[in-house]
Design a protein around this ligand. Structure first.
Ligand code: ATP
Ligand code: MG
Length: 384
């Protein structure tokens, strides 16, 4: 039998807040969302007290996971800073020195102020994930340009050139991996209550979409996204991987910054369509990664040109070549062009990604060529 909200609250009754008030009475709990055996809630605290609360979060997490009927739990610590709060009141994590090479005092992109991850937690220290080699993010400033499609096919391309690859869907608001992979099952738990990613196409894959139903209200907001992502990175048995491909949500917000701050990202791949407007967003994405000292491995131009599914004729309806040009201008490698083609869309929509389902197709070759360039870049950066 699945656990109820009431049972979750009872299970939390013994957890005490730093002020020695029971957590459930401290006025900091969000609504408790229970979906089958998945329990999600957030603890909303003052940013200045985040450090003291991380212990409480961990205790709450253990208490919830220990309840019969709980298959997984995402207990997030959120630290919303009050609007207009001065930098001086920000928690220490926000004021820690910038990594080497990053100019001090650089404001975050587009006026967005990243809420820092809980200071003092192991998640804040860019600790590597044991067994995982390079972690790369597939990102863009703009939505709908084909990040998720590119991320999965790139992961399969990397698999085809002999690497052990995992996929993390970091899009908490709109996870794509259930649809792109056709995965409908929930991750099982180890004895230590860590989640086991779902294995498909030879890739371990994890997505919040495997834990919650599509129509579950998305309670993740702002800083809560951070905790969810760090848990998916660290409370999952990834095993030994050469590369973890992270499919990012659109934009330059919390998810990107969390990831850059929580794990040592080897690099980011920016996906853009050729139009000028998309390129402006791509530039923004690129600037964000540069500012948090994550190298940009290159740019992929998606929907680069239209290829007629019937006759194969190619037309450059979107002004093909914009991203290549932009990459040259910005001095970052150009990784390749993926055409707009029905087969790419159809295979994405049916959960049979093209590189896996049509490995000999021209498009699969394009993705593998991009994967090869990415692998070369990773090798170079490991050597350098
Ligand atoms: N090269 C392509 N040719 C045809 N269709 C494509 C191509 N790339 C992506 N698509 C389609 O475009 C839509 C958006 O792609 P996708 O979900 O990968 O974008 P996204 O950037 O991850 O979006 P979001 O910002 O919402 O996460 C999907 O329906 C996908 O099948
Ligand atoms: Mg996506």
């Amino acid at each position: 039998m699945s656990v109820t909200k009431q049972q979750v609250l009872q299970g939390l009754a013994k957890v005490m807040s730093p002020r020695n008030v029971p957590l459930v009475d401290a006025g900091v709990l969000s609504e408790v969302v229970v979906n089958d055996g998945t329990v999600m809630l957030s603890i909303n605290v003052d940013a200045a007290e985040v450090r003291d609360w991380e212990k409480v979060r961990a205790q709450a997490d253990s208490a919830v996971r220990a309840l019969p009927g709980v298959t997984s739990a995402l207990i997030a610590l959120t630290a919303e800073r009050k609007a207009g709060a001065a930098a001086a009141t920000a928690p220490p994590a926000a004021r820690r020195p910038a990594p080497k090479g990053v100019p001090q005092g650089v404001p975050s992109v587009a006026g967005h102020r990243p809420a820092p991850p809980p200071h003092g937690s192991p998640m804040t220290r860019q600790a590597p994930i044991p067994g995982v080699g390079a972690i790369i993010a597939v990102a863009s400033g703009k939505g709908g340009v084909g990040k998720s499609t590119t991320a999965l096919n790139l992961a399969l391309g990397l698999r085809d050139i002999g690497l052990k690859v995992g996929v993390l869907d970091a899009d908490i608001y709109g996870p794509s991996m259930p649809k792109l992979t056709g995965i409908r099952e929930k991750p099982r738990l180890t004895d230590a209550k860590k989640m086991i990613p779902i294995e498909r196409f030879g890739l371990p894959i994890m997505s919040i979409g495997f834990l919650v139903e599509e129509d579950t209200p998305m309670i993740w907001r702002g800083p809560m996204v951070m905790s969810a992502i760090t848990q998916m990175l660290r409370d999952v048995v990834w095993g030994s991987l050469d590369v973890m491909v992270v499919d990012m949500p659109p934009g330059t917000g919390d998810a990107q910054l969390t990831l850059a701050q929580a794990v040592p990202l080897k690099g980011a791949i920016i996906v853009s369509t050729p139009q000028d407007l998309a390129l402006i967003d791509a530039r923004r994405g690129l600037a964000m990664f540069t500012r948090v000292n994550v190298p940009v491995l290159g740019i992929v131009e998606n929907m680069s040109y239209f290829q007629c599914p019937h006759c194969g004729t190619r037309s450059d309806i979107f002004g093909h070549g914009g991203a290549r040009h932009e990459a040259e201008k910005l001095g970052v490698p150009f990784l390749g062009e993926v055409p707009l083609h029905m087969d790419i869309r159809a295979t994405s929509d049916s959960g049979t990604p093209l590189v896996h389902s049509a490995p000999d197709s021209e498009h699969a070759r394009i993705y593998r060529a991009i994967a090869t360039r990415v692998a070369e870049r990773l090798k170079q950066s490991a050597a350098g």
